[in-house]
Design a protein around this ligand. Structure first.
Ligand SMILES: NC(=O)c1ccc[n+]([C@@H]2O[C@H](COP(=O)([O-])OP(=O)(O)OC[C@H]3O[C@@H](n4cnc5c(N)ncnc54)[C@H](OP(=O)(O)O)[C@@H]3O)[C@@H](O)[C@H]2O)c1
Length: 271
């Protein structure tokens, strides 16, 4: 699908490099089809040595060369970087933005380019285990939609949504989601240590419990509430633990956290 298409990554930091790694490892493109634009010469050397790709310090040069231009700079750099890309896009090019909170309208206004996919990935993208929610500018043709889908599938699963309003929700649920999981894992590991396990063993138990529970939930096809009921024997240990978790408002605390992230994503988008 990306045969003979050139891909430019503007801002080759953590997420930009995740895209480069995913595209090359999955053999979706050849190294010769990629260019990374980033200001530091040392970082450019590192990327070209590690991945065998072209690099440049000139964003305009990269965007001109790319048929697909991935914007992976920090949102704070938008005012500085995007106006400088005015006039470099061909009408047939596709811009993919992973900038948190920057709307399709704003991207179009600042760059002058109308064919846009806006995406919200998450950090497991770095090991191609992310989940990316994405949407496009109105009327984007099937071919460029398929380019977006292919590029985003290089960093994990992807889900296309019809309406841009889902992007702030995705930011709160899956974009921020790894942090919720890490915090829960940290709390469980600390509880293991509190009981007397060495930290290394507590960490191993929690990590594999999380991986196993998630894989089991997906593969069993049961609703997660059914799976929970299946391990809750009358008068048993799970029932005792669940009572305390409910009393401590675990579910509503998590929901409140997600809502707080959603409200903040909307505020940041508006500012
Ligand atoms: N990390 C996440 O979990 C996550 C999740 C969803 C979305 N995102 C989005 O992904 C984007 C990138 O995040 P990140 O974590 O990958 O950030 P990052 O590691 O800081 O990467 C940004 C890169 O842009 C480079 N840069 C700085 N000025 C530039 C310029 N004028 N032109 C081109 N490149 C320039 C930086 O170079 P230097 O290192 O030399 O400064 C750095 O390599 C953000 O917009 C963020 O909202 C991130």
């Amino acid at each position: 699908m990306l045969n003979e298409r050139n891909i430019a990554i503007i801002g080759a930091g953590t997420m930009g490099e995740a895209a480069i790694a995913g595209l090359l490892r999955a053999e979706l493109v050849e190294a010769a089809q990629l260019v990374a634009a980033t200001p530091r010469a040392e970082r450019r050397r590192e990327l070209s040595q590690r991945w065998g790709i072209k690099t440049t310090g000139d964003n305009r040069e990269a965007a001109t060369w790319g048929d697909v231009v991935v914007l992976a700079i920090k949102p704070q750099m938008v005012d500085h970087v995007l106006p400088n890309l005015q006039g470099v896009f061909q009408p047939s090019d596709l811009m993919i933005s992973i900038l948190a909170g920057v709307t399709i309208g704003k991207l179009k206004e600042m760059t002058g380019h109308a064919a846009i996919a806006r995406a919200m990935p998450n950090t497991p993208a770095q090991i191609a285990e992310g989940i990316t929610v994405w949407t496009t500018s109105q009327g984007l043709d099937a071919e460029r939609r398929s380019w977006a889908k292919t590029v985003l599938s290089a960093i994990g699963q992807q889900v296309e949504v019809e309406d841009e309003k889902f992007m702030d929700m995705a930011t709160a649920l899956s974009g921020t989601g790894p942090a919720y999981v890490f915090m829960v894992m940290e709390a469980l590991i600390d509880a293991g240590v509190h009981m007397g396990f060495p930290r290394r063993i507590a960490a191993q138990l929690v990590e594999q419990t999380v991986i196993g529970a998630v894989r089991y939930a997906i593969q069993s096809g049961h609703h997660v509430a059914e799976l929970r009921n299946m391990v809750t024997s009358p008068g048993g240990t799970t029932a005792a633990a669940l009572y305390e978790l409910e009393r401590g408002r675990l579910r509503t605390v998590l929901a409140d956290g997600v809502w707080a992230a959603y409200r903040r994503a909307r505020e940041l988008g508006e500012s």
